[in-house]
Ligand binder design. Sequence first.
Ligand SMILES: [Zn+2]
Length: 135
Amino acid sequence: MKTSSLVAERVWKDIQSTGSVTNDQLSILHFLFGKNLEKATRIVDQSGVKRISGQSSGRSIFQVVGESKRKEEYLCFPEHYCGCYSFFYDIVNRGEQLCCKHQIAARLAASLGACLDVQVSDEELALLLSKLLTS
Ligand SMILES: [Zn+2]
């Protein structure tokens, strides 16, 4: 794992344990994520992060609203994956960034307890996940 990822992990854990963000933590996140952090903060402010959990498995995936006018929603695993264009282009192909703004928004909302929690059955969750494979 890259050093910057490890630093980010540490900061997310600290935020999660206190449920709030200090100015120092914000500076570190800003250093790591730049403009994407501001975008992610806006998404969280608009309550744009949903955590969809399967009732009995407890497994979950995030659904994050995009910033364009179309307000499309992206399925997202904060640590590993996002369905948006930027994830494939900037992160997977070019390796220029750690993660996209949706992943940061999901991480931030989860750490602050600011996401909308939605419970679905495990079947519905499986259906949602199967869309990742076909889209
Ligand atoms: Zn994304």
